[in-house]
Design a binder for this molecule. Structure first.
Ligand code: PEP
Ligand code: MN
Length: 364
């Protein structure tokens, strides 16, 4: 992806200048009733730190038949709560029609969900619908760990003239068992931040965690890593929520989260056990990834063995082995791995591959 800067972006502190703190968005996953919104908005307003109330109106659900949101009816509730409590409101848009409806009802900020960001047609349509407006727009990362797709979506909004743009890190879909609902892969959003230092990138600990006990720790990690704010799911009665019940916080939990992220001292000192399990969960994912790659590599070696056997070639091809070791050493160094380590590792992998190939050829 091109590295042209995103010129002229307006800093989030100018989106709501009356709040002199980093961007904080909070509220239920979905708008469920006027009473639910009123209760949660009142509690959030009292913190004097929340810039926008969040509430999903159109819910892009993975499973058909699950709760799809209240649609335009919910927009009416958002409009009312905004007036009654005096808090700006935000929601997710997934199409041109959603944009027009949200603008009509005076929504103050919109975000684009992980499923929509991956669809360039939908992104372009949304960008065109937003052309000429001044509304802040936040772009979640796509489900897959694909920085180009994320940047592409952000650029489409910038290209139509929007300047109040930000990104939301909500973690990535991944296979395998993990304590996270969506894997944080922190390196990726950090790369986005490094590439565009003026682009606000906020963290969504709720969708990364998928479970409320982890949310404060992921939030703290985001803050410590220098993210520019948070979007957190808060519900008056999380266990009864119509969507994402396991990950929403009560307003009281949210107050604790605020205290925790404000606390000085690194989480290494204050919450060593939780931090360790979070880091170890990431290590487990990486180990699964390594083993998956090794098993795929071994399968390829087996196919190569049958080609070599048909052509009466010797198993050990020194020229090819030299090329491999040279390539991986260089590639490893680019990724910050020491040459000696990469060579030792590959010599073991190569030994195993040769012995598997020999066994196969002997059997055939
Ligand atoms: C949401 O914010 O409730 C949501 C659906 O998020 P995501 O697009 O990150 O899954
Ligand atoms: Mn949600």
């Amino acid at each position: 992806m091109e590295t042209k800067p995103l010129e002229g972006l307006v800093h989030p502190q100018l989106w709501r200048p009356e709040l002199n703190s980093s961007l904080l968005i909070a509220g239920p996953c979905s708008a469920e009733s006027p009473e639910q919104l009123l209760t949660v908005a009142t509690a959030l307003k009292q913190t004097k730190r929340v810039h926008y109330l969040r509430a999903g109106i159109w819910k892009p659900r993975t499973t058909p038949g699950s709760f799809q949101g209240f649609g335009v009816q919910g927009l009416g509730w958002l409009k009312d709560v905004k007036q009654e409590v005096g808090i700006p409101v935000s929601t997710e848009v997934g199409s041109e029609k959603h944009v027009y409806e949200a603008l009509k009802f005076g929504v103050d900020l919109v975000w684009i969900g992980a499923r929509t960001v991956a669809n360039p047609f939908a992104m372009q349509e949304i960008a065109e619908a937003l052309r000429g407006t001044d509304i802040p727009v936040l772009v979640k990362n796509p489900l897959s760990p694909d920085l180009d797709l994320w940047e592409g979506a952000i650029r489409r909004l910038h290209n139509v003239g929007l300047r109040k743009i930000g990104a939301i890190h909500r973690g990535f879909s991944w296979w395998g068992k993990s304590i996270f609902r969506n894997q944080p892969f922190w390196k990726l959003p950090m790369e986005l931040k490094a590439k565009y230092p003026n682009l606000p990138v906020i963290c969504d600990p709720s969708h990364i965690s998928g479970n409320r006990s982890l949310v404060p720790f992921v939030a703290k990690r985001g803050v410590d890593l220098g993210f520019d704010g948070l979007i957190v799911e808060v519900h008056p009665e999380p266990t009864k929520a119509l969507s994402d019940a396991a990950q929403q916080l009560t307003p009281d939990d949210f107050l604790m989260l605020l205290k925790f992220i404000d606390s000085v001292g690194s989480p290494e000192q204050s919450y060593p056990d939780e931090l360790l399990s979070e880091l170890r969960a990431e290590v487990d994912i990486m180990d699964d990834l390594l083993l998956w790659a090794l098993s795929n590599r071994m399968e390829l070696s087996e196919r190569i063995a049958s080609v070599k056997s048909n052509r009466k070639m010797t198993v050990l091809q020194s020229k090819r082995w030299n090329q491999v070791i040279e390539r991986v050493t260089e590639s490893g160094q680019k990724s910050g791995l020491r040459a000696g380590f990469v060579q030792k590792l590959y010599s073991e992998i190569h030994k195993e591959s040769i012995s598997v190939q020999k066994e196969l050829i002997e059997k055939s």
